[in-house]
Structures are given as structure tokens and as C-alpha cells.
Design a protein around this ligand. Structure first.
Ligand code: ZN
Ligand code: ZN
Length: 136
């Protein structure tokens, strides 16, 4: 991580290499994911929240963050950078089969026939309803 200071502005750049443990969004099995966020941003003291106009224009481009007081909580900033790169729908495996919506079995480990039965059953029910109506 690299810090450089010009006046009250602090430029931070660097990259991280971390492993995070996240539950798979399909089967909820915990899995480790490597993350290597790269970041570069400028820290501006909170007292300068009313940015000069020209800086306001650059805010998105520059990735400006604010800091309060004398102490900069780099841990917090780094955590924010990690959170930004956490996958939204992490999967333990690209073709994870997920959990069965009926019996809750992890279909990567056990197979079940709930879904098949369900569709057959609902078709039967639909047929019965139709034929029932015809008989009335
Ligand atoms: Zn999974
Ligand atoms: Zn099932």
C-alpha cells in the first residue's frame, strides 16, 4: 500500500490479496474466495466537504473519500475496498446445483426427485380439475 501526501490531501493506492469465506448463493455451503482488489483514491479531510468546483467535477474519476480529524482509519478504508469487490452472488462452483426447494437437500451431494414429482403432481391436479369440470 502506498501513501503520498500533498497538503491535506492523501493519495492512497495499493492492492490486496485476501481470502474471504462466503456462503454459496445457491447451496449456502461456505467456501473461500480469493479477492485481489486494487484501489486508488484520494483522502480529503471532512472539513473540505464543500469541494472546490473543479474537484467536485473530478470526484467520481478520482475516487475521493473523506477522513475525519487527525487519525485515518486505514483498516476501515481497506475493509470498504474489500467489501466493494465481494461477489454479489458467490457460487461454490460455476454449476452448483443448489438446494432442493422442497426437501432442502444439497443437490451437489444427494440427489432427490422432488422437483420431478412436483411437476407431475401439479399436472395431474390440473388434469383432474379440467376433467372434473367437464363431468359437471
Ligand atoms: Zn453451491
Ligand atoms: Zn428434494
Amino acid at each position: 500500500m502506498h501513501l503520498s501526501r500533498s497538503g491535506s490531501l492523501i493519495s492512497v493506492s495499493g492492492s490486496l490479496n485476501v481470502m474471504v469465506e462466503l456462503p454459496c448463493s445457491r447451496c449456502l455451503e461456505k467456501n473461500s474466495y480469493p479477492l485481489d482488489p486494487e484501489f486508488e483514491f484520494v483522502l480529503v479531510p471532512a472539513t473540505m466537504k464543500n469541494l472546490p468546483h473543479e474537484m467536485e467535477l473530478q470526484q467520481e474519476e478520482l475516487n475521493i473519500d473523506f477522513y475525519d480529524g487527525e487519525v485515518i482509519d486505514l483498516g476501515q478504508i481497506v475493509r470498504n475496498q474489500i467489501i466493494l469487490t465481494v461477489p454479489f452472488n458467490p457460487l461454490c462452483h460455476p454449476d452448483c446445483k443448489g438446494l432442493c426447494t422442497s426437501c432442502g437437500k444439497n443437490k451437489n451431494k444427494e440427489s432427490c426427485e422432488c422437483l420431478e414429482k412436483e411437476t407431475v403432481d401439479s399436472r395431474f391436479l390440473a388434469l383432474r380439475k379440467i376433467s372434473g369440470k367437464k363431468q359437471e
